[in-house]
Design a protein around this ligand. Structure first.
Ligand SMILES: Cc1cc2nc3c(=O)[nH]c(=O)nc-3n(C[C@H](O)[C@H](O)[C@H](O)COP(=O)(O)OP(=O)(O)OC[C@H]3O[C@@H](n4cnc5c(N)ncnc54)[C@H](O)[C@@H]3O)c2cc1C
Ligand SMILES: NC(=O)c1ccc[n+]([C@@H]2O[C@H](COP(=O)([O-])OP(=O)(O)OC[C@H]3O[C@@H](n4cnc5c(N)ncnc54)[C@H](OP(=O)(O)O)[C@@H]3O)[C@@H](O)[C@H]2O)c1
Length: 370
């Protein structure tokens, strides 16, 4: 299906027909000694006709780890030289997180309970589950078609775009945190974040990408309006794009309001993502910058603590028409930032619910949280 980019260029690329993009850059933003692995990722859009605005996101369609694919094929007694089987388990079938349907299917063949199996094997990859089940039930087997039919598909993952096209023509840049943790005492490696961090060679047109327009997360139409951005961790991504875009407007002589960023991560020494750029923007473009490094001291300091320290100034900016943006973790951070914003409104004699509703109704409170 053809679609039209914002510049009116016909592009053939979409979710149904992703662009095969060339990875140009992939480097760690955290310094040696950090406990995190957050990557700066750059794709070449070449002549794809793909174009985006600050606030949009990009989907990456990952491929499985060939080591896991070979393990699956061996557990199915298939030869990994069988191209059809290898390719479908590499590209199409989710083998990192077994589905409930698969647990029910295994339960039906082993006279067990699918829900209990799901709980027992939480954190296991599909290969891990098949291996354990085969050991426990020696007669157990399944065909590759049965495995495919009872597994979910590999889906694209969204990433907030961290660049402005005006600053990086024909490129799209992302800030991706590698998911590598323990679930139920099992090491779980996120599919897409590890695929892009480790398994994509540079300068080859190999990675499926497509764009997602997000009209709910946009810079103010009137560039002279002030903006307040709260983006710890990878939440910095769309704000790097916002700041680049507004600096571009400044350099082309437009009247641009003030920019204020609240950023945080674990340690200032290792985890100040885009630190040099942000310090240069503070120096050269008057960016207001408040930093919250949570693990630099014995107690936690978060972006919302910095907001509360600047309660009066935030309120003044908001009363002056500033737009307020939040990006990053949805489960805790975005909720706590919302609470802090309500506290700031209450401290200044406003009804917090009414104040927040009014901000939202006037499109001055936008969130891109995940
Ligand atoms: C609008 C939007 C914007 C986003 N922007 C960014 C961004 O800018 N940067 C960024 O880094 N991320 C961003 N994300 C998150 C991103 O889309 C992915 O969710 C993230 O990279 C993890 O994907 P993954 O494939 O690496 O992990 P997945 O494989 O999808 O795993 C995700 C989680 O599932 C659990 N899990 C996986 N396998 C198992 C298993 N076998 N058993 C039990 N639990 C399991 C783990 O807890 C893991 O943390 C955004 C999301 C949205 C919706
Ligand atoms: N849904 C998904 O599939 C998915 C995938 C990837 C990431 N995520 C979420 O997205 C987030 C992004 O990860 P990230 O590596 O970019 O950074 P992050 O884990 O959000 O950490 C960034 C900073 O935020 C701090 N923080 C922790 N809790 C907070 C809170 N309640 N309020 C404010 N700040 C808080 C962290 O401090 P401490 O660590 O010192 O507490 C750290 O300093 C993760 O938290 C993760 O939960 C979700």
């Amino acid at each position: 299906m053809e679609s039209t980019s914002k510049e009116g260029i016909q592009t053939l690329y979409s979710k149904e027909n992703p662009f095969l993009a060339k990875l140009l850059e992939n480097y760690k933003l955290n310094k040696k000694g950090s406990s995190k692995d957050t990557r700066h990722i750059v794709f070449d859009l070449e002549d794809s006709g793909l174009s985006y605005s600050p606030g949009d996101s990009l989907y990456i369609v990952p491929e499985n780890d060939p080591v896991l694919v070979k393990e699956i094929l061996s557990l199915l007694d298939l030869d990994y030289a069988e191209e059809f089987e290898y390719n479908r388990f590499l590209k199409e079938v989710n083998i990192t997180r077994p589905s409930n349907k698969l647990f029910s299917f295994i339960a039906s063949k082993t006279s067990t309970d699918g829900k209990l199996l799901g709980e027992e094997f939480l954190g296991y990859s599909t290969a891990g589950v098949l291996k354990a089940v085969k050991e426990k039930y020696p007669g157990f087997s399944l065909t590759s078609n049965e495995l495919v039919e009872n597994s979910s598909k590999v889906l694209g993952r969204a990433y907030s775009i961290a660049s402005s096209l005006n600053a990086h023509p024909r490129k799209v840049e992302l800030c991706i945190s590698r998911v590598d943790g323990l679930v139920n005492n099992q090491r779980v490696l996120g599919l897409c974040s590890n695929y892009i961090s480790d398994r994509v060679p540079l300068n080859e047109n190999l990675t499926k990408i497509y764009l997602h327009t997000n009209d709910k997360f946009r810079l103010p139409q009137d560039s002279s309006v002030d903006i307040i951005m709260v983006g710890p961790g990878t939440g910095i991504a769309p704000f790097r794009a916002f700041i680049e875009e507004r600096n571009h407007l400044r350099q082309s002589g437009k009247k641009v309001g003030r920019d204020w960023l609240f950023f945080g991560d674990q340690k200032s020494e290792y985890d100040y993502l885009y630190g040099e750029e942000l310090e240069a923007y503070r120096r050269d473009f008057n960016l207001s910058l408040d930093l919250a490094f949570s693990r630099d001291q014995d107690f936690k300091v978060y972006v919302q603590d910095r907001m509360k320290e600047k309660s009066e100034e935030i309120f003044r900016w908001l009363e002056n028409g500033a737009h307020f943006y939040v990006c990053g973790d949805a489960r805790k951070m975005a909720k706590d930032v919302d609470t802090a914003l309500r506290e700031i409104a209450a401290e200044h004699g406003k009804d917090p619910d009414l104040y927040i509703t009014e901000l939202k109704n006037t499109q001055r409170y936008s969130r891109d949280v995940y």
